[in-house]
Design a protein around this ligand. Sequence first.
Ligand SMILES: N[C@@H](CCC(=O)N[C@@H](CS)C(=O)NCC(=O)O)C(=O)O
Length: 216
Amino acid sequence: MKPLLYAHPFASYCQKVLIALYENDTPFTYRTLGPEDPSAMSELEKLWPLKKFPVLVDDGHVLLESSVIIEYLLICHPGPVRLIPAEPKAAIEVRMMDRFFDNYIMTPMQNIVSNQLRAESERDPKGVADAKATLDVAYGWLESRGGWAATDNFSLADCAAAPALFYADWAHPIGDRFPHVRSYRARLLARPSIARTVDEARPYRKLFPLGAPDRD
Ligand SMILES: N[C@@H](CCC(=O)N[C@@H](CS)C(=O)NCC(=O)O)C(=O)O
């Protein structure tokens, strides 16, 4: 049986896992979440009451959390692209950067986006200002490291970075003072597995509450 992935093409954490699947050409069944098929969301809720996605079901196991799902795939459905280096210290660096992209790029980006989805009376301008400030510090820290990899040693951290930087640049543009981060984002978007996730999400851009920019 192929693994079953509950996901939506426009959702950033789902793209993170889809990139890993596409990198290794891993066969899987895509259970698309969305209003067109409410039964998929009911199934997801039974598996994971918090209804966060992606969720992977494989061989009787329910896997939560994008990073854990990717680690699981590397063990149970390995392919030519290792995504986590065998060398332990290099693996720690990759996991650290994965946490960086999730916690300090993806999270503030999601905060800005979810604020915009709320009713006007429930919006939180201070929360948005804080999220933008966090993004600027995070962009600056990444800039000081020269961006990240996106090379032949493509990794879990690049899987996390791609959707995080993709949407963060829409929510709070990566300014000219961060040229390494901008070029890293462009390198990521040129990679076939990532370009594929961007293309698959294109029909849903109208869902982006800030208005998707006419680029990328
Ligand atoms: N830490 C989780 C985050 C998952 C997450 O926030 N997913 C979003 C979609 S990108 C979601 O479930 N949104 C719906 C919701 O929050 O109810 C992971 O790494 O998988």
